[in-house]
Ligand binder design. Structure first.
Ligand SMILES: Nc1ncnc2c1ncn2[C@@H]1O[C@H](COP(=O)(O)OP(=O)(O)OP(=O)(O)O)[C@@H](O)[C@H]1O
Ligand SMILES: Nc1ccn([C@@H]2O[C@H](COP(=O)(O)O)[C@@H](O)[C@H]2O)c(=O)n1
Ligand SMILES: [Mg+2]
Length: 234
């Protein structure tokens, strides 16, 4: 963990306000596709939990191998690992608005995020899509993903049904869920997504990393090496 904060270049100014939007949906629902469009139009940084894990899985370490095996089976990786990777990427980016794609996947992810990062998402974008359509898309994706095979896809669908549904219900109760119909063509889906982002209230719910309490700052310090979250410097 010594180099966990290696990428951070010190460019995040002190007290910078951060905006977080979670993007969730079943496997192949079009999260990555819509995130690219949101990045182009609204200047967010796209952090895909799956991509961060795929990157980590390439490392020739015990943890890398463990992640690779879990992903191959369509199972979920420990929340602590994924939250730490997300936090590292947030701190390294220098941007102040983030799309976190494929997270939270289950209640444990959500609780770990709340404990460690504790920046309320502005809202949670849910891309709704039928299972048949998602399966068709994944089997035609051709990106060489180790988990895009019939057996793993089945397991990923099960995990989505069993584990992600409670997270969706949680945010729905909080009035934070924004649902779009993802069964249509990408540009049509984006029309609805665009309207949601255009409406985003820029006031109010943002917090700064420096505003997190001392215990959380200490935890962030442990997670991210020598980063001082109080003044935003190494
Ligand atoms: N609205 C759409 N209509 C048809 N094809 C789409 C649509 N959105 C995305 N696709 C295609 O479907 C495939 C899956 O899309 P994408 O990678 O964006 O999904 P995802 O939700 O990020 O999937 P995963 O959870 O597996 O990462 C890609 O090949 C993409 O080009
Ligand atoms: N919060 C998460 C997100 C992803 N995973 C693992 O990565 C796989 C691929 O995720 P995509 O979002 O790129 O489809 C997923 O099947 C999990 O194995 C995770 O554990 N936790
Ligand atoms: Mg994706």
């Amino acid at each position: 963990m010594a180099d966990a904060n290696k990428g951070y270049d010190g460019s995040m100014p002190p007290g910078k306000k951060l905006k977080i939007v979670f993007v969730i949906g079943g496997p192949g629902s079009g999260k990555g596709t819509q995130c690219s469009k949101i990045v182009n139009q609204f200047g967010f940084t796209h952090l895909s939990a799956g991509d961060l894990l795929r990157q980590e899985a390439k490392s020739n370490t015990e943890q890398g191998t463990m992640i690779k095996n879990l992903m191959h089976e369509g199972k979920l990786v420990s929340s602590e690992i994924i939250v730490r990777l997300l936090l590292k990427a947030i701190l390294a980016s220098g941007n102040d608005k983030f799309l976190i794609d494929g997270f939270p996947r289950h209640e444990e992810n959500r609780r770990a995020y709340e404990k460690i990062v504790n920046i309320d998402p502005e809202f949670v974008l849910l891309i709704d899509c039928s299972r048949e359509e998602m399966e068709r898309r994944i089997l035609h994706r051709n990106q060489g993903r180790d988990d895009d095979n019939v057996d793993t896809i089945r397991r990923r669908f099960e995990v989505f049904q069993e584990s992600t549904l409670p997270v969706i219900q949680h945010y729905e109760k909080m009035g934070k869920l924004r649902r779009v119909d993802g069964n249509r063509q990408p540009d049509m889906v984006f029309e609805d997504v665009k309207a949601i982002f255009a409406q985003m209230n820029t006031q109010g719910r943002n917090v700064t990393i420096a505003q997190t309490n001392p215990f959380k700052r200490w935890f962030l310090h442990l997670c991210c090496g020598c980063f001082d979250v109080q003044d935003g410097r190494n």
